[in-house]
Design a protein around this ligand. Sequence first.
Ligand code: ADP
Ligand code: MG
Length: 294
Amino acid sequence: MPMIQCENVSFCYDTENIDEKNAAVKNINFSVERGSFVAILGRNGSGKSTLAKLLNGILVPNSGRVLVEGMDTAEDENLIPIRKKVGMVFQNPDNQLVSNIVEEDIAFGPENLGIDPAEIRKRVDRALEIVNMTAFKKHAPHKLSGGQKQRVAIAGILAMKPECILFDESTSMLDPQGRAEIMQTIRKLNREENITVVIITHFMNEAAMADRVVVMDQGSIVRDGTPREIFSQVSFLHSIGLDVPQVTELLHLLSEDPALSGAVSFPEGVMDEEEAAEWIVKLFKARKNGCTAI
Ligand code: ADP
Ligand code: MG
């Protein structure tokens, strides 16, 4: 059974006027496998946040259904078990922190779930360890850096022992260092803690870290594949207002340059800097040898 399954899911914010035309999410069929790391891409307004909220029952579909480990999000009695299983981290860490002391902040979620205080203590310590913030447990959250605040917010979710975490543009308000910290944390949650991860991002190099990339446009899923399969389609992505990682773009431009034609046939969808560098070295060698094809 998948962790999360969407069957013909549509959602419209305007409940008086439910119609395919003004639906934010249209007829989505998609599932998230347990243990996977999925990235969702799409320009502003394409329905990514709406889909994320449908995945953990914050929103309920107008038609179709969403199942979290077989539990329908439309059934009221499933809501608490679903929220325990699927956590969500948002864009702005300041809106997610509620207490003046880091460890109290992290304890807030499990306290609301009515968990035993001794168990909460263990969970808070473990969550701090996972996000590498143990040294800050007595600190005031508002004095931390953006990346540190976001890691505290993640620890607060971890303390509820979720099996899946949805990250809705959780790095977009951070500086490059904060972004790197969060991506490193997310990767660790997936690889070492076996947490299923769904990230929504507009940073292509973050999407490249996932096992699978889902592309949305105008409320629909328009592509679903490995990062390499998706980033091979540079012209398509440009046509729906998206970029590809910079190295991918660079090799794509070189492959299209008539002056270099025939020198090297660059593969599409290269995301790795070292792999790109190898191809550029091949290009230099080919040029030196008078542009014979290699
Ligand atoms: P994304 O996260 O990809 O930017 P959203 O899911 O936020 O996209 O939005 C999808 C569509 O739904 C957009 O047309 C947006 O204007 C609309 N929308 C989003 N949130 C609301 C809301 N709370 N009320 C009404 N319309 C909304
Ligand atoms: Mg959004």
